[in-house]
Design a protein around this ligand. Structure first.
Ligand SMILES: [Mg+2]
Length: 228
């Protein structure tokens, strides 16, 4: 059975970078406020969800928030692109070897499930030398505000790209937060959680992940689990 492996971006493939600065800069440009950025968790959430929560806490209503979103999604990637050269994202340990091992396999299809808007994901991966083209199918924060709906979006695209069905049991969602685990379970996929973000292996196991690894450095072991 061909496997569709759907990777999260931040904390899973890469870390660091100027996204938070770019995001808050764009929020101020569009709405005149960032909202309480230190009181709202960004981990595992979609960009629209983060923006909405920040702005609601700043007292804006949903109509005003929705009105500004198209401009926010124009300005934010522009700011991100401008800031990335000075503060590039870093590829996490083991990721390049893992992707190289998977790319060679006929029985693997790869995609993304990330809360990033599509252009944000493309810019972050590109700055680290990971081509977005390596992940032909994706579910992004610009597709749905709730992450739980993103695996189905990615799988729908994958089915069009590869011209075949990917039933839930053929799909593995790889991510670094309990919300990654939740969205994978919501779709019925297997979940592989990696403790290279803000959550420990114990927290990810408690969230119900089918598999947990401290990082992605043991390429052969990780591939064996993904293909199990
Ligand atoms: Mg993440």
């Amino acid at each position: 059975m061909k496997r569709l492996i759907l990777f999260d971006v931040d904390g899973t493939l890469v870390w660091g970078g100027p996204a938070k600065d770019a995001f808050t800069h764009a929020l101020v440009e569009v709405y005149g406020t960032t909202g309480p950025v230190n009181l709202v968790s960004f981990a595992g959430r979609t960009d629209p969800q983060i923006a909405r929560e920040l702005l609601r806490k700043a007292g804006l209503d949903d109509a005003r928030i929705d009105e500004g979103l198209p401009r926010l999604w124009t300005l934010y990637p522009r700011e991100l692109e401008r800031r990335l050269p000075a503060k590039p994202v870093t590829v996490l340990a083991g990721v390049r070897d893992l992707l190289a091992a998977l790319e060679d396999r006929e029985d693997v299809a790869m995609g993304l499930v990330t809360g990033n808007i599509r252009e944000g994901a493309r810019l972050k991966l590109g700055s680290a030398g990971l081509a977005a083209a390596a992940f032909p199918a994706g579910g992004f924060g610009c597709d749905r505000e709730s992450r739980n709906h993103l695996p189905a979006v990615a799988v729908g695209r994958a089915e069009r790209v590869w011209g075949m069905r990917f039933p839930p049991e053929s799909v593995v969602v790889v991510g670094d937060t309990p919300l990654d685990v939740e969205c994978g379970r919501h779709f019925g996929a297997r979940t592989f959680a990696v403790a290279t973000g803000h959550f420990s292996a114990a927290e990810l196991a408690a969230a119900g992940a089918d598999h947990v690894a401290t990082d992605l450095t043991c390429t052969r072991d990780v591939v064996d689990v993904l293909m199990a």
